[in-house]
Write a protein that binds this ligand. Structure first.
Ligand code: NAP
Length: 524
């Protein structure tokens, strides 16, 4: 029953009872997660010794080929991951976001690296920059692989995508990875590692199921820590001495109160009105709203509040909650009962004692469920809230990490900008309007508070990738509350794992240093 960890090239089981992980739909125990007694120091040493050396043997295109092989192995066996994802409450559509999204991300990275990185182990960023009048002294920037590892600590909601979007740039940069998946879905991440382990060089990937006590004590300035999860955990890790004293690179992707804005031009009957309502319902229901990019605050012109509320309620009434795979089900379960308790508590804060908002659709304690028992499984109705008093702090502060969004009115662009800023930094925002001037003003005012902004209108809707979908070619992350980090963004993410060094000297020496043909095998 205990989920093994993949360490030093073999699967090893931790000691003790471990944390039980229940099936999100039936409540049966799926596995137990523990890392007790596992030698994590040996795992770090193995990554530094074996993984770093094996990846260092490969040029960027060779690493890209290994990454592609891993993605294709997953592609071949993705049904196994869908089946496990269903036990975590994910419908086929939800699993596609995680599994296919992850595979697609790895393939995009492999392709970008093959086309955009040199047949080398270092990147030369620029031509020699003259630093003297006589032409005998210059400088240029190179990016090389740190002598470290990449530790990735992931959130529960994307066990496959979250792992691959961090693995891809680390692998391409030549850094061996240790994955620490979130306990509730660690069994899905572990299966993905099982599938890809043999496609990668030895030591390139390891996985710890369970806690990682003492592991950060082993990390320092050559290492990279990529974290995704709650703002509270991000704050704790950011304060670790590995980061504060030894300057391990630390990137955080945390929660955020993402917004979507409806333009005043998008009245009922206009395509943008329907696009807004559809997108909101999609964001509320995909992965039962357990998406870091989901729309939490929906800003609507004050005069359209009732019309939008009715349109969204009508769509939510068509959502069928139940067991993934059961007839007609369009929304699955939350990952577990504890998560449902958290969401209910957040909704109580958003609506409760101090009457910050009201529920206009759904009941947090009651939901009709198809193909499962509503109480044994972690089911929750989609919940549409409405907060007419936009000055209340709760809708701008409380993240209900489930199928929950709040409608809020605005009266003009200055007020809208203020409301957007009150989220204190978000991963993703969207503007739904066909009025170019309105869109321009909103985007320029909102950009500083966002990592990504999507404009949706009748012309782009057909090809639009949607509010909640990070793209490997574009940056994912956000300022402030969203963690202050940046992932993806094409090759930017690879560069972020490398060390940039300015090298100064005579032009010939500079050439000799960066020219692969002049290097011995060992140097390469
Ligand atoms: P979480 O409780 O913060 O956990 C995230 C990860 O941190 C898990 O792997 C957890 O392991 C680990 N962790 C917790 N304490 C740790 C410690 N002291 N040392 C090392 N690792 C530690 O978050 P979650 O509940 O899994 O995820 C939900 C949150 O993530 C939401 O708030 C959501 O908005 C955010 N999120 C953000 C993004 C993004 O891209 N920005 C994506 C997805 C989710 P255990 O599970 O074993 O405790």
């Amino acid at each position: 029953m205990t989920l093994p960890s993949y360490l030093e090239g073999s699967w090893r089981t931790g000691a003790g009872e471990g944390t039980p992980v229940a099936d999100a739909v039936t409540g049966e125990i799926v596995t137990r997660v523990t890392s007790e007694g596992l030698d994590l120091a040996a795992a770090v040493a193995y990554a530094r010794r074996t993984g770093l050396a094996a990846l260092g043997e490969l040029t960027f295109p060779q690493r890209a080929a290994a990454l592609k092989a891993a993605a294709l192995a997953l592609q071949e066996r993705k049904q196994e991951l869908y089946d496990l994802s269903a036990r975590a409450g994910a419908t086929r559509r939800d699993a596609a976001v995680d599994v296919d999204g992850g595979i697609g991300t790895a393939l995009v990275y492999a392709s970008l690296a093959r086309k955009g990185l040199p047949d080398h182990t270092l990147i030369v960023e620029d031509d020699p920059i003259p630093l003297g009048k006589g032409g005998t002294f210059a400088g240029r920037h190179v990016l090389t692989t740190p002598r470290g590892i990449s530790l990735q600590i992931n959130a529960f909601n994307f066990p496959v995508w979250g792992m691959l979007e961090k693995l891809a740039p680390a692998l391409l940069a030549g850094l061996p990875t240790i994955v620490k998946p979130a306990t509730p879905t660690a069994y899905i991440a572990a299966q993905a590692v099982r599938i890809i382990a043999d496609t990668l060089p030895p030591g390139a990937i390891q996985l710890v199921a369970g806690g990682i006590p003492g592991l950060l004590d082993l990390l320092g300035g050559q290492d990279h820590i990529g974290f995704t999860g709650s703002a509270a955990t991000a704050a704790r890790l950011r304060a670790d001495r590995a980061v504060t004293r030894r300057s391990a690179r630390f990137n955080a992707e945390a929660d955020s109160l993402n917004c979507s804005v409806l333009g005043p031009d998008a009245v009922p009957g206009q395509p943008e009105f329907d696009l807004f309502a559809d997108a909101l319902v999609t964001e509320m229901t995909v992965k039962a709203g357990q998406k870091c990019t989901a729309i939490r605050r929906a800003f609507v012109p004050v005069q359209l509040m009732d019309a939008v509320s009715e349109a969204v309620e009508a769509r939510l009434a068509r959502v069928v909650v139940g067991a993934p795979g059961a007839e007609g089900v369009t929304m699955g379960a939350l990952v577990g009962l504890a998560q449902r308790d958290d969401v209910r508590a957040a909704v109580a804060r958003l609506t409760g004692a101090r009457e910050a908002g009201s529920i206009v659709y759904g009941d947090p304690h009651k939901v009709e469920v198809v193909g499962a028992d509503a109480e044994r499984g972690a089911f929750l109705s989609p919940l549409l809230l409405r907060a007419d008093d936009v000055d209340r702090p709760e809708p701008h502060e409380v993240e209900a990490f489930g199928p929950v969004s709040t409608l809020m009115p605005y009266s003009g662009i200055p007020e809208l900008h203020e409301l957007i800023a009150r989220g204190e930094g978000s991963l993703a925002g969207s503007v739904v309007s066909h009025d170019t001037d309105f869109v321009r003003q909103v985007v320029l005012g909102a950009a500083a508070h966002h990592g990504r902004l999507l404009v949706l209108d009748r012309d782009s809707a057909g090809e639009s990738t949607g509010h909640g979908t990070p793209m490997p070619q574009l940056v994912h992350g956000g300022p402030g509350r969203a963690g202050g980090g940046e992932e993806e963004g094409g090759l930017r993410a690879v560069h972020a794992h490398l060390q940039r060094t300015a090298i100064q000297g005579g032009p010939e020496i500079l050439d000799a240093i960066v020219n692969r043909d002049m290097q011995t095998g060992e140097q390469r």
